[in-house]
Design a protein around this ligand. Structure first.
Ligand code: 6PG
Length: 256
């Protein structure tokens, strides 16, 4: 796995703008360098959604061949499809609906009003992932997985001290009794995240400083799930100065 790098930007706006630029640049390079589909997992959370809105504002987004890109989600809240709390809806409003991307390339999780139970929804998303399986995995190898990080160190809907963190068989997990509302959620399992080539964690604000400091100081992923969110080629914590407050200086890569 790739050891984490920490890229610090002065504030949240600079951080969001930098991630958006790098995201578009990376996708553009990947589309040009290979003829494989480029699978990307999006995140919920205010920073992740702000990144998508910033991508939307970049003129360079029109130059990308979005037909080569597949968009998935790392997790979803189990709410009706039209709910403002749904990660899919927020991402669509921020960016996805403005893109010239074929509808079959967009892979939202099932929704609570789809008429299926949570467990069946997890299986359905796993089957969709299986249909794009690569490299002997039961799912696509994500070129890029974006993750927000909670103040408790959770990523996707993988919360501290929870059995979901140890899931090794299923690609998608039905989460019940989540400590953060809503209690029912769907999440990619850690092995799917860890098969990603690039994992970018986006964090802003002082309330994230402790989780980030612990993740980088070698805390167990059972206590700080973000500590195990690593990519095979690249693991980057994109942070603002407030979130970086408890990172040992020697681990900071500075601004880019
Ligand atoms: C959720 C959120 C959550 C979020 C992190 C980071 O499902 O409840 O999506 O997991 O990603 O808490 O959120 P911020 O980017 O807003 O700090």
């Amino acid at each position: 796995m790739s050891a984490p790098r920490v890229l610090v930007h002065a504030d949240r706006d600079e951080l969001v703008a930098a991630v958006a630029r790098r995201l578009l640049g990376t996708l553009d390079r990947l589309v040009r360098d290979s003829d494989r589909p480029i699978h990307v997992a999006l995140t919920g959370g205010s920073v992740g959604i702000a990144v998508l809105a910033a991508v939307r504002a970049l003129p360079a987004r029109d130059g990308l061949d979005w037909g080569r890109v597949h968009l998935w989600w790392g997790d979803e809240r189990w709410v009706p499809r039209g709910s403002a709390d749904r990660n899919e809806r927020q991402a669509r409003e921020a960016l996805v609906d403005a893109l010239p991307i074929p509808a079959p390339n967009v892979h939202p999780f099932p929704a609570a009003d789809d008429g299926i139970a949570l467990e069946a929804a997890a299986e359905r998303y796993a089957a969709e992932l299986r249909a794009f399986a690569e490299d002997g995995l039961g799912f696509p190898r994500f070129a890029l997985t974006l993750l927000g990080v909670g103040p408790d160190g959770h990523v996707a809907s993988l919360f501290p001290d929870r059995p979901e963190l140890k899931e090794t068989e299923a690609a998608v997990i039905a989460v019940r009794e989540s400590p953060k509302p809503p209690p029912e959620r769907l999440s990619l399992a850690l092995p799917v995240i860890r098969a990603s080539e690039r994992v970018w964690l986006v964090l802003a604000g002082q309330d994230k400083a402790s989780a980030l400091g612990l993740a980088l100081a070698g805390a167990s992923y059972l206590e700080v799930p973000a500590a195990r969110a690593e990519g095979t080629l690249e693991t980057v914590f994109w942070v603002d100065a407030a979130a970086a407050a408890e990172v040992p200086r020697e681990l900071l890569d500075g601004e880019e």
